[in-house]
Design a protein around this ligand. Structure first.
Ligand code: TXA
Ligand code: MG
Length: 336
């Protein structure tokens, strides 16, 4: 199959593919998603196959309005969920709630009694869902285990030939996936950190448990997707936490005479010798979050064996960046 690249205005073409039971990658403010009719188990199964994703890992149901959610979710969660929807939708917050029995297939929920809902902040995609008239599932549109796509060309690289089309709306604005909050437990719990941090959430709801996503070795993670190896290039990523160590780390790795790459802010890259392959993370944790996945993809090439990557504080908006970088590095940190 040829994969068509559609412009962000070609909404009807994209909706027609979905109506035919085909897969269409769509833009969001976080990363590109892999869209399919959420009400058809047969096409949802194709999503898992295209990504090579384990089938016990449930998918996010993307909607174009809060009303669409209440056709599927347990309406007793309305009072709490609507506070979050009012404050953060459309936007990078995914809300997990129990569903009305039988309303979503096992292919979507992975057999759980809950489902994840999100209304993304992207005009083209909101139009697409509205035009299609039904919610669409949307895992990140990458091969399972690889960094999430922040450009249409990343999607094309991983999935061309396997999906009907990509709705191209340029680079995504945030670059890390949505915050996932689970409302089905006694204290609302953040299962995956994103750009909406716990301080933002606490302005709207009284109580949030946000340490849960720091999964230790023996713990069973609550979001099934958090247990798999993620965002990992073939090169070994090494996190340099303290900017003061960077020069020394680079010197040490140059001395090892192994092919390496450096991913850091411009301030640090100024000091890196010109023959070293580099990738700019811009100048702060926001630009670094936006660029992280593109950097991991670019430096994941034959001439790089190690990637030295700049760490940031995991407070507030840094939580998402740190979480994703740690996963890509298998928690490997530079020690001087
Ligand atoms: O920003 C995003 O959320 C992007 C864009 C495309 O919307 N989507 C995305 O989807 O990151 P995905 O499938 O790559 O990640 C969804 C995460 C997974 O870790 C999955 O296990 C978890 O949400 N999840 C989904 N449904 C769940 C449920 N019912 N209970 C617990 N975790 C759930
Ligand atoms: Mg993903």
């Amino acid at each position: 199959m040829d994969t068509e690249i559609l412009e962000s205005t070609q909404i009807q073409e994209a909706a027609d593919f979905l109506a035919k039971g085909q897969l269409v990658a769509f833009p969001t403010e976080t990363v590109y998603g892999l869209g399919a009719d959420a009400t058809r188990p047969d096409v949802v199964k194709d999503v898992y196959a295209a990504k090579g994703r384990p089938s016990d890992n449930p998918l996010i149901v993307h909607v174009s309005s809060p009303e669409m959610v209440w056709e599927y979710a347990d309406t007793s969660y309305k009072p709490l969920a609507e506070k979050l929807m009012k404050a953060f939708w459309p936007g990078p917050l995914t809300i997990i709630m129990p569903i009305q029995p039988g309303k979503l297939s096992k292919a979507v929920t992975g057999g759980l009694t809950t489902a994840a809902f999100r209304m993304p902040n992207n005009k083209a995609t909101l139009n697409l869902i509205k035009t299609f008239g039904k919610p669409i599932v949307g895992p990140s549109a990458n091969t399972s285990g690889k960094p999430s796509p922040t450009l249409a060309k990343h999607v094309y690289h991983d999935l061309h030939g396997k999906i009907a089309a990509i709705l191209d709306d340029g680079p995504t604005k945030l670059g890390v996936e949505s915050t996932v909050i689970d409302l089905s437990v006694e204290i609302p719990t953040v299962l995956r950190p994103g750009m909406i941090d716990s301080d933002d959430l606490l302005k709207v709801i009284d109580n949030v448990n946000s340490d849960h996503h720091k999964v230790t070795a023996n713990e069973v993670p609550k979001a099934p997707g958090m247990k798999y190896k993620h965002y990992a290039p073939s090169a070994q990523v090494i996190i340099v936490d303290d900017v003061k160590d960077f020069k020394q780390a680079v010197t040490e790795y140059i001395a090892k005479d192994v092919p390496m790459g450096v991913m850091a802010t411009d301030e640090i890259l100024k000091e890196v010798p010109a023959n070293i392959e580099t990738f700019s993370l811009g100048n702060d944790v926001l630009s670094a979050s936006r660029e992280l996945f593109a950097g991991l993809r670019q430096l994941d090439n034959d001439h790089v064996q190690y990637i030295l990557a700049q760490g940031f504080s995991d407070e507030g908006h840094g939580a998402a960046y740190s979480n994703r970088l740690n996963k890509s590095a298998g928690n490997t940190h530079y020690k001087n």
